[in-house]
Design a protein around this ligand. Structure first.
Ligand SMILES: Cc1cc2nc3c(=O)[nH]c(=O)nc-3n(C[C@H](O)[C@H](O)[C@H](O)COP(=O)(O)OP(=O)(O)OC[C@H]3O[C@@H](n4cnc5c(N)ncnc54)[C@H](O)[C@@H]3O)c2cc1C
Ligand code: FES
Length: 503
């Protein structure tokens, strides 16, 4: 049986109603402005509001339509081999602190769901990291040791509920999963009102750090606030130089109806290729196929590999009605960046670098930022300080910046793929010669051509077409643009310039 890839939607956005918040069209004054309406922005806003702080959330699209709407939404302290990574980069104390903070975050999410009465399919589930083959057994055992040392009550097992034998697995009981869009929109609904606001389709173009701060938006409305939190997944302001120490990586997911035996738990492999599994209602979700944003191999075959995996192991329906993909920031030293945007800043804060585990890391961020802004102690403030010095992270920082440098100069020397837009096939894109330079041209199903400058508006690297998502992606720091150049993901804030493609 072949499974066709019918859909191109996230199961989370498809099974949630729109949030329906207004666009900012006037000037508003609050205590704290929060840029970004994902799980990080919405949770921070609600925790602050509960303490009597007036907040405004400013979201470029709709609440939870960023990475939060395209995730797998497992809520767990067992995160593939994350604790081994943290232990090797930062030591056993750091891994223990990360594990404790994550357990607190799970409890916080559970409490918010109950206290606020948010209907979001929140369910307790066991989490597993399993060996995809014999070679991954050592990684599983290492993760079990790191988790135990970090204080997590894990156990080694081969009983995973998967319909095939695995050579080894580590299990952490009592973790959770939910519907992330219902949860985040539920939080946002409780933020709006009583002097606090949520604005959608409100694109922040800059932050003026006068006293008070002024958050400027594309529509002309302005928010005046004492403090500003940047929760845009990839920080949109360059002043913290996050682009030099945060790697954007993408992953893909599919969801398809499943019958028969399905695992109760949430599972993920310990090595490559990553296969991440969970269920949502009567659907099986499979994730994996990660790569650096802007890589040349962002191909539709990524989805097909996931479908093939599902078909091989489970009794799945003939069609995969949902598929989606998103990216997240990987910090060079394997700990998130949560706190002052620049050293000593008391008015500009950031939450980023969630390493594809942002359900809990965003919740850790919300708690920590709320404590910092309300002058309360938080045991994790120094650990996750975005301005920490990490010698262990230096080689990765150097590698990241070498890669960006190579892309900046190397891609310019690459020849065009077509000499005119007439050569661009329907549904595809080509780099087309244009005078002495090159432009990006996409031809849509109606034959229309869409031409854009290839120069990323962040720092000028050349964007590359992503066949899997039909977008222009920047290999340097992960900005993404649609076929007409509109920003899909930062750090870029300006669209690609349009180019005449009818030549
Ligand atoms: C494939 C995949 C699977 C994952 N699975 C899991 C999982 O199982 N468990 C887990 O814990 N984590 C998981 N993650 C990670 C998790 O999804 C993210 O870390 C989390 O959603 C990030 O939330 P956020 O609020 O920081 O970002 P987002 O949800 O991206 O929110 C940021 C918002 O800012 C807005 N924005 C950006 N620029 C502007 C601007 N200029 N003006 C106004 N608004 C702006 C965006 O539109 C966006 O809505 C996964 C990640 C990936 C890639
Ligand atoms: S994202 Fe930085 S140059 Fe493109």
């Amino acid at each position: 049986m072949t499974v066709s890839l019918r859909g191109s939607e996230s199961i989370w956005l498809a099974t949630a109603d729109g949030a329906g918040f207004p666009t900012l069209d006037r000037d508003v004054e609050v205590d704290v402005a929060i840029v970004g309406g994902g799980i990080a922005g919405a949770t921070t806003a609600l925790l602050l509001k509960r303490l009597g702080v007036r907040v405004a959330v400013l979201e470029r699209e709709t609440v939870a339509a960023g990475a939060t709407g395209y995730t797998t939404a497992k809520i767990t302290a067992l995160q593939s081999t994350r604790l081994s990574d943290i232990r090797s980069n930062n030591g056993a104390d750091a891994a223990a602190a990360y594990a404790r903070a994550t357990l607190d975050a799970i409890a916080r999410i559970d409490a918010l769901v109950q206290q606020e009465g948010i209907e979001c399919d929140f369910e307790r589930r066991d989490a597993f990291t399993y060996a995809g083959d014999q070679q991954e057994v050592a990684s599983v055992e290492q993760e079990a040791a790191a988790a135990q040392e970090a204080g997590l009550p894990v156990e080694l097992t081969t009983e995973t509920g998967l319909p095939w034998e695995v050579p080894a697995a580590v299990r952490l009981a009592g973790q959770a999963q939910f519907q992330p869009v219902l949860y985040t929109r539920g939080l946002a609904q409780r933020v709006d009102g009583d002097g606090s606001h949520v604005f959608e389709r409100t694109h922040v173009t800059g932050v003026d750090m006068g006293a008070p701060c002024r958050v400027e938006t594309a529509g002309g409305g302005t928010i005046t606030a004492e403090r500003v939190v940047v929760a845009t997944n990839y920080p949109l302001l360059d002043r913290g130089l996050f682009f030099a120490r945060l790697e954007a990586t993408r992953s893909y997911c599919i969801a398809l109806p499943v019958r028969g035996d399905v695992p109760e738990g949430m599972l993920i492999t310990a090595g490559q290729p990553t296969r991440s599994l969970r269920t949502f209602r009567d659907h099986l979700i499979v994730g994996g196929e990660g790569h650096q944003t802007g890589a040349a191999d962002a191909q539709p075959e990524r989805y097909e590999a996931l479908v093939e995996f599902a078909r091989r192991h489970f009794d799945v329906g003939p069609e995969a009605p949902y598929r989606w993909s998103t990216q997240d920031g990987m910090p060079v030293d394997s700990l998130p960046y949560i706190g002052p945007y620049t050293p000593g800043s008391k008015r500009l804060y950031v939450a980023a670098g969630f390493m594809k585990w942002g359900m809990t890391n965003a919740t850790i961020a919300a708690t920590l930022l709320t404590d910092l802004m309300t002058d309360r102690d938080n045991p994790y403030a120094a650990r996750f300080d975005p301005n920490r010095v990490s010698l262990r992270g230096l080689p990765k920082t150097a590698k990241l910046n070498l890669h960006a440098g190579r892309e900046f100069f190397g891609a310019r020397a690459t020849p065009a793929e077509a000499s005119s837009s007439a050569e661009v096939p329907v549904g595809e894109a080509r780099v087309v010669r244009s005078g002495a330079g090159k432009v990006g041209v996409f031809r849509d199903e109606d034959g229309g051509v869409h031409g854009v400058s290839l120069r990323c508006t962040h720092l000028g690297c050349l964007v590359r077409f992503n066949d899997a998502e039909r977008s222009w992606d920047c290999p340097c720091h992960g900005s993404r643009f649609d076929i007409d150049g509109a920003v899909l993901a930062g750090p870029a804030t300006k669209p690609l310039e349009p180019r005449d493609a009818e030549r």
